[in-house]
Design a protein around this ligand. Structure first.
Ligand code: NAG
Ligand code: NAG
Ligand code: NAG
Ligand code: NAG
Length: 469
């Protein structure tokens, strides 16, 4: 009897459970459909709906009164459109949506935010990545925080996870509005904040260095580097170069070099701000090799394709500073970089004059030729003794260093040839290098590689040898 009764009770319980489950399942489907279709599902829950501002088809009211309580983990997301829609207290909206209180009805309404509107009307042309100024780390942190706040205990299905990481309930959104504003800072705002922090008298050297590092990351974008100059950032960087703390010197030179790289606007502003003199002074006086490397990088970036700066570099004794640096440098890394820089300067000038031979001479080109003609680099190189300095780099054991030396020797040949010819040890070292590289070319060929790197070096040696005959 008891057995039967309990069995019967069990059966009826299962039936009820099944019914409830089916009901829940149905509600669940409804809510999923509601989330996925933007406004396609319009459930008008009471007959007075017509009184609401905005008209019936512009409102999406997701049915929620019944399953709201048992489904506390299931967020209901309203996809905003260009029109205002009424919000229920438990509704979540995507971050960036505009929410307002309708004073006539006392209800909150949502529509796409201004940024989103722009985005939508541009028909998703822009990549989402570039629209957002979240850094990946900030985004991760923000997402993590949102998830933790929304879902303290349960780990739900993937679908729910992804919904909850994309959308935030309204209350949460309002509470963290200030934080959100901070997260969507534009690059310009970030740089403004960094400069203010840098300028504050109580920031430590470590803080300044980390600020400079952040700036260095930002100025790789051409626009950012130019904005940094307009905000007066250049002045801070030049003061940093002047600093007595070599770590600040190093970081400042790094930012400056990156901002200058392939950025003519910044190059001009830097020269106008006296960067050339500051750089040369720092290069001449800085002690640790690390600082010298970064300052040299900034000098090279400043001079690249900028004949005006090159001319002033020469007239301010730049080659003298470089030759002192070259002589001191035992490791060879600075030597290589200096020789590479000189080679670049010679060859860009060569290139300009060659282009002129077989193309239409427009005004801009003529102006460039004129400016380069004032850069008397070759003559200065000869006078400052570079015809005997550069051959020293051939003594390095690094293939890369030797290659750079050979290229520079060839480029300087027009003015240095007599000195090369009278230098017996240069000829000896060329011939011995040639033997060495010929052997390596043979092993390159047995490995199936023709015209490899070593073959290229042999060609450079041969070319120089021919000139010296
Ligand atoms: C740096 O701070 C001083 C006041 O301490 C202010 O006068 C100056 O304008 C600030 N410079 C920049 C570029 O913000
Ligand atoms: C620097 O001073 C400002 C106020 O002058 C203060 O808000 C800030 O917290 C201080 N920063 C540090 C690192 O002490
Ligand atoms: C760097 O220091 C020198 C002298 O020590 C000074 O003439 C120059 O104006 C300083 N430059 C900057 C940008 O502070
Ligand atoms: C001659 O060449 C050697 C490298 O082979 C170099 O070290 C030396 O400085 C050169 N001397 C002159 C006077 O050019």
């Amino acid at each position: 009897m008891r057995f039967i009764s309990s069995q019967f009770g069990g059966a009826s319980f299962s039936c009820l459970t099944l019914f409830v489950l089916l009901l829940l399942h149905f509600c669940h489907i409804v809510s999923i459909v509601g989330q996925k279709s933007d406004g396609a599902l319009t459930v008008v829950e009471n007959p007075d709906g017509g009184e609401r501002v905005g008209g019936a088809e512009e409102e999406v009211t997701v049915d929620d009164d019944d399953d709201d309580d048992d489904d506390e983990g299931d967020l209901e997301v309203v996809q905003p459109t260009e029109q205002w829609q009424t919000l229920k207290p438990s509704h979540a909206v995507p971050a960036g949506s505009r929410v307002r209180l309708n004073l006539q009805t006392g209800e909150r309404e949502v529509r796409l935010g201004d940024e989103q509107l722009k985005y939508w009307t541009q028909e998703h042309r822009e990549k989402e990545e570039t629209q957002s100024s979240f850094s990946p780390d900030e985004l991760k942190r923000a997402m993590k925080k949102i998830k933790e706040d929304l879902n303290p205990a349960s780990k739900d299905t993937q679908r729910q996870d992804s919904v909850e990481s994309k959308y935030r309930p309204l209350e949460e959104l309002k509470r963290d509005m200030a934080q959100l504003d901070l997260l969507v800072e534009t690059d310009v705002q970030i740089m403004r904040r960094l400069l203010d922090q840098f300028n504050s008298s109580n920031s430590t050297t470590e803080q300044k260095m980390s600020i400079l590092l952040e700036l260095e990351y930002l100025v790789h974008q051409v626009d950012n580097a130019q904005s940094l100059c307009s905000m007066g950032g250049l002045q801070f960087i030049l003061e940093g170069l002047n600093s007595s703390d070599f770590r600040l010197q190093e970081s400042s030179a790094f930012v400056l070099g990156s901002a200058l790289a392939s950025n003519p606007v910044v190059q001009v502003k830097a020269v106008e701000s006296g960067a050339l003199q500051t750089l040369l002074t720092t290069l001449a006086t800085a002690q640790p090799l690390r600082v010298k490397k970064k300052v040299l990088f900034a000098v090279a970036s400043l001079l690249r394709h900028f004949p005006y700066a090159q001319r002033h570099f020469l007239s301010h004794g730049g080659l003298q500073v470089l030759s002192d640096l070259f002589r001191e440098d035992r490791g060879g890394i600075l030597r290589k970089r200096i020789v590479t820089m000189l080679y670049d300067m010679i060859s860009e000038k060569e290139l300009i004059s060659q282009v002129g031979l077989d193309s239409v001479l427009d005004a801009a080109h003529q102006e460039r030729v004129r400016q380069y003609s004032k850069v008397s680099l070759q003559g200065e190189l000869f006078e400052k003794g570079w015809c005997s300095l550069v051959p020293q780099l051939l003594e390095s054991t690094e293939h890369d260093y030797r290659e750079k030396a050979l290229r520079a020797l060839l480029a300087m040949a027009p003015v240095c040839l007599d000195q090369y010819r009278s230098n017996g040890s240069l000829l000896d070292s060329l011939l011995s290098l040639r033997d060495q590289y010929q052997e390596m070319v043979q092993s390159e060929i047995t490995l199936g590689e023709e015209n490899g790197y070593f073959a290229e070096i042999v060609q450079l040696i041969d070319a120089l040898h021919v000139k010296m005959k």
